[in-house]
Design a protein around this ligand. Structure first.
Ligand code: PAN
Ligand code: ZN
Length: 204
């Protein structure tokens, strides 16, 4: 553990080569997999999700690849997040979404592949979204919950994410509150629909 008194860093410098075309991290140590069945309670159309689980073999929704660094203040965690294309009803495949447990921690998403949106909200009821596409960076400020959604018709949404390593993930609040908007695709158009899930009204 680093401290001002003992500045001995706990890891040595290193470098690695990312496959920016495919969005691959070489030799990840951790692979977090979220399947459709892990997403129960998140989509508006619960029956459509159950059909997907039953009929499509509980497909992978998204994966996070990490080569973890120590989860201590001062370190930067980084990972590749890969969200598959698809719909549950007309709602685009999305991540669960979370606040950081240490709420005052920001995050950068650099999109490497695909297209989609980063949906963000604060506990005070503000809501925002930013477009994601190859080469676009989204800055998620401290205290904003964040969820990504893949709006493409066949390509994964791949991002390189960097955030303070001690941030932690708080999923429980989003599980209860949801987001004020849902990202749908109807007739080829992306629609930001008001959400029927409980939660604060949209104020911006
Ligand atoms: C990302 C996310 C990743 C998966 O690395 O963890 O996109 O989304 P969920 O964590 O919401 O399932 C990040 O924001 N880390 O802090
Ligand atoms: Zn995060």
């Amino acid at each position: 553990m680093m401290s001002a008194k003992d500045p001995t860093p706990s890891i040595d410098p290193f470098s690695l080569e990312l496959d920016l075309e495919q969005g691959l991290l070489p030799e990840p140590e951790n692979r977090i997999v979220r399947r459709a069945s892990d997403m129960r309670g998140y989509y508006a159309d619960e029956a459509a999700l159950e059909r997907l689980i039953a009929e499509a073999g509980d497909p992978i929704h998204y994966e996070v690849f990490e080569v973890p660094v120590p989860e201590e203040a001062g370190q930067l965690m980084y990972c590749i997040s890969t969200l598959r294309p698809g719909r549950v009803g007309d709602e685009c495949f999305m991540t669960k979404g979370h606040y950081h447990t240490v709420a005052e921690t920001a995050e950068i998403y650099l999109c490497l592949r695909g297209e989609g949106y980063m949906l963000m909200k604060t506990s005070a009821g503000r809501c925002a979204w930013e477009r994601m596409a190859r080469g676009r960076m989204v800055y998620v400020p401290p205290c904003w919950a964040h969820r990504s959604a893949n709006t493409s018709d066949g390509e994964p949404l791949v991002s390189f994410c960097v955030y303070p390593a001690h941030a932690g993930h708080n999923y429980g609040d989003i599980q209860c509150e949801g987001f004020p908007r849902r990202i749908l695709k109807r007739g080829g158009e992306v629609v930001f629909a008001g959400s029927a899930s409980p939660g604060p009204a949209v104020t911006s």
